[in-house]
Design a protein around this ligand. Structure first.
Ligand code: ZN
Length: 204
């Protein structure tokens, strides 16, 4: 792509580094910003820089937070006896958006992946163990809500073994099944098989 200005070329180059943004979209965004009020570009740049430099992570669950403890950990109305372990902050947002979960979280920051060189010590696993081991811990249940990929299953298996040291803590995994609105014949065999094996009894 040829650019009439080095300044636009640089802006497009930077925008195109973002996930899901190709060169064409980057150019459209750059031209949009060029037409917008200069204040709008300044606010965008400031918001992005502030997010990047000022963001912090919750000391307890490692969720994104503006303060030492995130809004969920600091909320006395949440159920602090339940901890949902997820690999990523996006999973917290997704589960929160369902409005179905009242417990707390623990964000691992990834999954164990020997291919990518990510081992247990690169994740927030030890801090989960410490959290459960605190004398004032009221945790009674840990929900493993990790994607059912090979790496995810390895991570869940590793965690289950680590959590054996806490017999008072019940470990559960999220139910896996056929998606809402999905046709049974299109579900893959593993998903359909698990849905049958882990079927739920209907209340009469
Ligand atoms: Zn937190």
């Amino acid at each position: 792509m040829e650019f009439p200005s080095k300044l636009i070329e640089n802006a497009v180059g930077e925008l195109a580094k973002l996930p899901g943004i190709g060169k064409k979209t980057a150019l459209r965004l750059a031209l949009h910003l060029l037409k917008a009020e200069t204040d709008a570009t300044a606010s965008l740049a400031e918001a992005l820089a502030k997010m990047r430099f000022d963001i912090r992570y919750c000391d307890t669950c490692h969720n994104i937070s503006d303060t030492e403890k995130c809004g969920i950990c600091a909320n006395p109305l949440r159920d602090h006896s339940t901890v949902c372990v997820v690999s990523d902050i996006r999973d917290v947002i997704a589960i929160e958006n369902t409005g179905q979960y009242q417990g707390t979280y623990h964000v691992l920051g990834g999954v164990i992946s020997p291919i990518e060189g990510i081992g247990p010590s690169d994740l927030q696993i030890e801090s989960l163990v410490e959290r459960l081991g605190e004398p004032e811990s009221e945790v009674k249940e840990v929900i493993l809500a990790i994607s059912p990929t090979m790496e995810g299953d390895t991570t869940a298996f590793f965690l289950s073994r680590k959590l054996r040291d806490f017999p008072q803590v019940h470990i559960s995994t999220i139910a896996r099944g056929v998606p809402m609105g999905g046709e049974l014949e299109y579900a893959d065999e593993i998903t359909l098989g698990r849905s049958i094996v882990e079927r739920q009894r209907q209340a009469k």
